[in-house]
Design a protein around this ligand. Structure first.
Ligand code: GTQ
Length: 349
């Protein structure tokens, strides 16, 4: 066996001659490129809605939705300041729309989801149809679909935005376009999409509306909640997932969107989940109830409308102090398609 021996100085000299050729020695970076298991750069974090709200309302006095295009306070992970990321791959923000305002129509290749938090009278228009946004509703704007938001009520309206922006910018596949008017023209009556696709029935003719995204663009909380409560009475909660149901695309039964998974977890009062972890970093918003979330070595109390983040491959568990409904989204569907997604379940107590 040959035993090359070199001094640190000799290696340094060699590296110095590689650099100008745009070459680099793999053996200096191999451990970092191939960790034995993921170590997320994101931090566990919680934003209290009571901290966000006054600042959000202040932004409402500072500029209009038209001026801002989207008046949003971005939820930045403490480890990703200035990067518009809540997790390593997911963007999250809280959007505000004041009475009478319009957030003008545009479309982009990044997909967006909304989880409605506060106020009555807001709508989102997608595909020529409007949907009224009610608290707890899960609303989708598919990739490259024109969307505008408005508020025809008398309250400020606020919701959680989730976008796959970091993923799309990683792929350098982002496009954006403005509509030729503030609001898109409405060609379908409200409720049309839900009637056609969200009633356990489907049109006879094949559907091609938003590519890989579900043709339902509002999953009303009323139905989601009723399903979760009924399911809890049936089999009862799972040790790790409590009672979790995912928002599904009725066309193929898959996740509702091609790049972001969304689901809701229901924990009956007093229920505590056993720890689990998965490779997807998760953004969570508590729609209703109160719970304690253990995320890695942190513990956060969540009250209604608080948002928290679990970094990828970080242990998480929840204990409900009230009947709780926790909205969650992550890049799980993208990881699954790429054959990367994994989870690990700790011992159930
Ligand atoms: O509502 O279209 O939070 O385009 C960020 C970018 C919301 C939106 C955001 C957006 C939107």
């Amino acid at each position: 066996m040959t035993q090359p021996s070199s001094t640190p100085e000799q290696r340094k000299d060699f590296y110095d001659r590689l650099a100008p050729q745009n070459l680099a020695p793999l053996w200096e970076v191999l451990r970092g490129l191939l960790p034995n298991e993921p170590k997320s750069k994101a931090a566990p974090h919680r934003w209290r809605y009571s901290d966000i709200r006054p600042l959000l309302m202040e932004s409402g006095r500072l500029l209009t939705a038209q001026e801002a295009e989207r008046r949003v306070l971005v939820l930045e992970n403490p480890n990703f300041a200035g990067m518009s990321r809540a997790t390593s791959t997911m963007y999250a923000g809280i959007q505000l729309i004041m009475p009478g305002e319009t957030a003008p129509a545009h479309r982009h290749t990044p997909s967006a989801l909304r989880f409605m938090l506060e106020g009555e009278g807001a709508f989102t228009a997608v595909g020529g149809e409007r949907t009224t946004m009610r608290r707890g509703d899960f609303i989708i704007t598919p990739s490259w679909a024109f969307h505008d938001h408005g508020n025809e009520g008398s309250d400020p309206c606020a919701w959680l935005d989730g976008l796959d922006l970091p993923l799309v910018s990683f792929f350098e596949a982002g496009f954006n376009e403005h509509y030729n008017d503030e609001r898109q023209s409405i060609v379908r009556p409200e409720g049309d999409a839900l009637a056609r696709f969200g009633s356990g029935m489907l049109p006879l003719a094949p559907v091609e509306r938003y590519g890989q995204t579900t043709p339902i663009f509002n999953y009303p909380y009323e139905r989601t909640r009723a399903a979760l409560v009924a399911a809890a009475k049936g089999e009862g909660p799972d040790a790790h997932e409590a009672v979790s149901l995912r928002y599904a695309n009725p066309i193929d039964g898959g996740w509702a969107m091609p790049t972001m998974s969304a689901w809701m977890m229901h924990l009956p009062k007093g229920f505590e989940t056993a720890p689990m972890r998965s490779t997807d970093g998760i953004v969570m918003a508590l729609g209703e109830g109160a719970l304690t979330a253990k995320i890695g070595d942190r513990s956060f109390d969540l009250t209604e409308r608080d948002v928290a983040v679990t970094p990828g491959w970080t242990w998480r568990s929840f204990k409900a102090t009230q009947d709780s409904f926790l909205f969650c989204f992550s890049d799980r569907v993208a990881q699954e398609k790429l054959g990367l997604w994994r989870e690990e379940r700790g011992p159930a107590h």
